[in-house]
Design a binder for this molecule. Structure first.
Ligand SMILES: Nc1ncnc2c1ncn2[C@@H]1O[C@H](COP(=O)(O)OP(=O)(O)OP(=O)(O)O)[C@@H](O)[C@H]1O
Ligand SMILES: O=C(O)c1ccc[n+]([C@@H]2O[C@H](COP(=O)([O-])O)[C@@H](O)[C@H]2O)c1
Length: 198
């Protein structure tokens, strides 16, 4: 079985927190590949993404350029609608047999796993790899056993970067350099993403 880690996200924009989470999950869990999958419409977020789908996908491509184990997939962007993970994983299983899928998620998303759509079915077909991020610790005592049994928490240095902060900094004309890979930085700047209208 080829072991695939799914790194799903809004990626509005992708940043070093996402990339390090994916790399540490790959190393700790012996994953063969990481598939970055931008959501069309993230299920539990109140606001719509700011940048359009093409820009978010392009930034993912730029961020993972030349990384041998990383690839990007537009399956959720093509499907449209709310990007439920159960739909994505079921489609991937049909399209790519012979793979074992794990879902890589930060601590904020680990804690809200019980609210995910058809979570019991999802937990039967994927395992979860959790990474800590600042602001919210993984609390397994609050999770049902069908999730805890399928969850591996891997270590990573806390990276205090969020896409929200990057968008806010860009709107305020503060620096976002070194929060994102250089090729993402130049794309954001060249296309004036996240800037406030004058
Ligand atoms: N700094 C980080 N460290 C570890 N995991 C992260 C980090 N930032 C995001 N993640 C995880 O990556 C996945 C996708 O995150 P997402 O694209 O929503 O980024 P975000 O920075 O949380 O965005 P926003 O600030 O817009 O909510 C989620 O599972 C999230 O928990
Ligand atoms: O399927 C769900 O109900 C569900 C609920 C919340 C998040 N997810 C997925 O988790 C990933 C991270 O979500 P987000 O909102 O932090 O960008 C992304 O792939 C989402 O589609 C999925």
């Amino acid at each position: 079985m080829i072991k695939v880690g799914i790194m799903g996200g809004t990626f509005d924009p992708i940043h070093y927190g996402h990339l390090l989470a994916a790399e540490r999950a790959r190393e700790s869990c012996g994953l063969d590949e990481i598939w970055f999958i931008p959501s069309f419409q993230p299920p539990l977020k109140e606001n719509d993404p700011n940048a359009d789908v093409n820009a978010r996908l392009e930034m993912v491509y730029r961020a993972i350029d030349f990384q041998p184990h990383f690839r990007a997939m537009d399956i959720e962007l093509e499907r449209g609608g709310t990007s439920y993970s159960i739909d994505t994983v079921q489609a991937l299983q049909e399209l790519y047999p012979g793979r074992a899928f794990s879902y890589i998620i930060g601590s904020d998303r680990v804690n809200d796993l019980p609210q995910w759509h058809r979570i019991q079915e999802l937990a039967e077909i994927v395992s979860f790899i959790g990474v800590e991020r600042p602001g919210e610790s993984i609390d397994v005592s609050l999770l049902p056993s069908y999730i805890v049994d399928r969850l591996t928490v891997v270590g990573m240095p806390l990276v205090d970067i969020s896409s929200t902060e990057i968008r806010q900094r860009q709107a305020d004309k503060r620096s976002i350099r070194f929060m994102v890979p250089e090729k993402v930085y130049s794309f954001i700047r060249r296309n004036s993403l996240y800037e406030k209208p004058e």
